[in-house]
Design a binder for this molecule. Structure first.
Ligand SMILES: [Zn+2]
Length: 232
């Protein structure tokens, strides 16, 4: 006898074939939410930033794709954040992690001063986390972990203690001011051994990731690497 759950799943596949969360085509497969075309061809790859543009506490910033205002990527990242699509976040993180590993940047972060890379997703303020039910940056971080085998910090290791309002329309200086002391390290016994690999969905001015990198560096971490899915 076919178990009921399997029957339901077969039925669901007929009624709702697995479609790509990005473009809606039917080419996505089981356990894969983004079709090959969207993964490999649809978006423009972003260029990594190094050197003068970044603050001292950041060694590399790497994004997967350029943000497409009003396009498929914006919609997908919006859905990820507000429609609780955790698995999509993990898949995006996995694609990002694979791409980063293949880029030359990874050689420069593997063995610096005997520190090891540890994934640090940008934490959400407790009230936002409660409202949304999950943190999209953590989902992306879990995907990066799947691609790299690097450790990811436990939830609650770093808290976002300041609930900042929307940063839209503010420049870097205003955003930085807004975010001052936004993060608090709860446990710090691990921090001196690591290169933080900060994970987030979009890199805009960098204010949020820079503030977190600063908090970590103030407690003795190595220079951070910033990985995001999109770059605005
Ligand atoms: Zn697609």
């Amino acid at each position: 006898m076919i178990p009921v759950r399997k029957l339901i799943s077969q039925f669901a596949d007929i009624v709702f074939p697995v479609t790509c969360v990005c473009c809606g085509c039917a080419a996505a497969s089981e356990n894969k939410y983004i079709c090959d075309w969207c993964e490999n061809e649809r978006f423009e790859y972003a260029h990594p930033e190094q050197g003068d543009i970044l603050p001292d506490i950041v060694q590399t910033q790497f994004s997967l794709w350029n943000f497409d205002k009003g396009g498929y990527l914006q919609q997908m990242l919006h859905d990820l954040k507000y429609n609780n699509l955790k698995e999509v976040g993990v898949e995006l993180g996995y694609i990002l992690g694979k791409k980063f590993i293949r880029s030359c940047s990874v050689n420069s972060i593997s063995h610096i001063e005997n520190k090891k890379p540890v994934i640090v997703p940008i934490p959400l303020h407790q009230s936002k986390q409660r409202k949304r039910g999950f943190n999209q940056a953590r989902a992306i971080g879990m995907g990066i972990q799947r691609a790299t085998n690097w450790e990811i910090i436990d939830m609650g290791t770093i808290l976002r203690v300041k609930n900042t309002k929307t940063q839209t329309g503010l420049n870097l200086a205003q955003r930085s001011d807004n975010l001052k002391s936004a993060f608090k390290l709860v446990h710090e016994n691990w921090i001196k051994e690591v290169i933080p690999v900060i994970a987030d969905d979009v890199f805009t001015t960098g204010a949020t990731t820079f503030e977190l990198a600063k908090t970590l560096a103030d407690h003795g971490s190595g220079k951070s690497v910033i990985l995001t899915v999109a770059k605005a």
